[in-house]
Design a protein around this ligand. Structure first.
Ligand code: ADP
Ligand code: MG
Length: 252
């Protein structure tokens, strides 16, 4: 498997506090990776470093072989690296369609905010409708995003994250705060997008059922470090992982 993303010895400090310490991580194309670990382990910070929201204090990041350590978020998105956020990141007063149109227009080189689709943007709108179909929100295209159920808002976030057509997409707790039914829908969608779009996903997730049913590879973080990584069956049996973090959930 070829590496899509490579973090090499990456560290990030906030004042005296070391949030991410010497993390080395390879994300190959076509493998669904889950990053797990207790709150504060550094998972979101790793996503922020990988996607360009934060600059590392040490280490290097490569995407498809090219150094991207100091590239902006936009430059990384343009190269095929995107994300969704742990905290809801939609525009509640814009319609569902407009929320997805923004990243699509951005990718098509349109800057500025053009929310009234004009003639030339028919193609972009058609593309957005295709995405809305994929995420199951086409019938709500004209609803304000803020009026959607929590579960549908999470689906919309997924739509926004895949709208730039990423090769690699980080999902930060995509099922957080959802009911079991909504969670199953989001899970199914991630599986479908992975299979049909060939987007490589890296998910940060607390729900162990989700993690073990979805991922091919699990990275366990603790106190800013990678404690262990491997296929789910191996992680499930890893004594250190059980001791430090997962004991009960894994025996269940
Ligand atoms: P996780 O996503 O694994 O729960 P985070 O990466 O969000 O953990 O945070 C790791 C640690 O870094 C936490 O202790 C958090 O409080 C701290 N941290 C994260 N972002 C900042 C920041 N911008 N400023 C100061 N501390 C931060
Ligand atoms: Mg987090």
């Amino acid at each position: 498997m070829s590496d899509l993303l490579r973090l090499e010895g990456v560290s990030k400090r906030f004042g005296e506090f070391v949030a991410v310490h010497d993390v080395t991580l390879f994300i190959p194309a076509g493998r669904l990776t889950a990053i797990i670990g207790p709150n504060g382990a550094g998972k979101t910070t790793v996503i922020n470093l990988a996607t360009g929201a934060l600059a590392p204090d040490a280490g290097a990041i490569r995407f498809k072989g090219d150094p991207v350590t100091h590239l902006s978020i936009h430059d990384r998105v343009r190269r095929g690296l995107s994300r969704s956020f742990q905290i809801m990141n939609i525009f509640p007063r814009l319609t569902v369609l407009q929320n997805v149109l923004l990243p699509v227009l951005c990718r098509r080189g349109r800057t500025g905010v053009a929310l009234t689709p004009v003639e030339g943007e028919r193609e972009a709108v058609a593309e957005v409708e295709r995405i809305l179909g994929e995420i199951g929100l086409l019938d709500q295209r004209d609803a304000p995003a803020g009026a959607l159920s929590h579960g549908d808002q999470r689906l919309l976030e997924l739509g926004i994250a895949i709208a730039p057509g990423p090769e690699l997409c980080f999902l930060d707790e995509p099922s957080a705060g959802l009911t079991p039914v909504e969670r199953a829908t989001v899970l199914e969608l991630i599986r479908k997008l992975f299979a049909e779009r060939h987007t490589t996903f890296v998910i940060v997730e607390h729900d162990m059922d989700v993690v073990f049913s979805l991922s091919d590879w699990i990275v366990v973080m603790n106190r800013g470090r990678v404690l262990a990584e491997g296929p789910p069956a191996e992680i499930r049996e890893n004594r250190e992982v059980r001791e430090v973090y997962l004991g009960e959930e894994l025996t269940a």
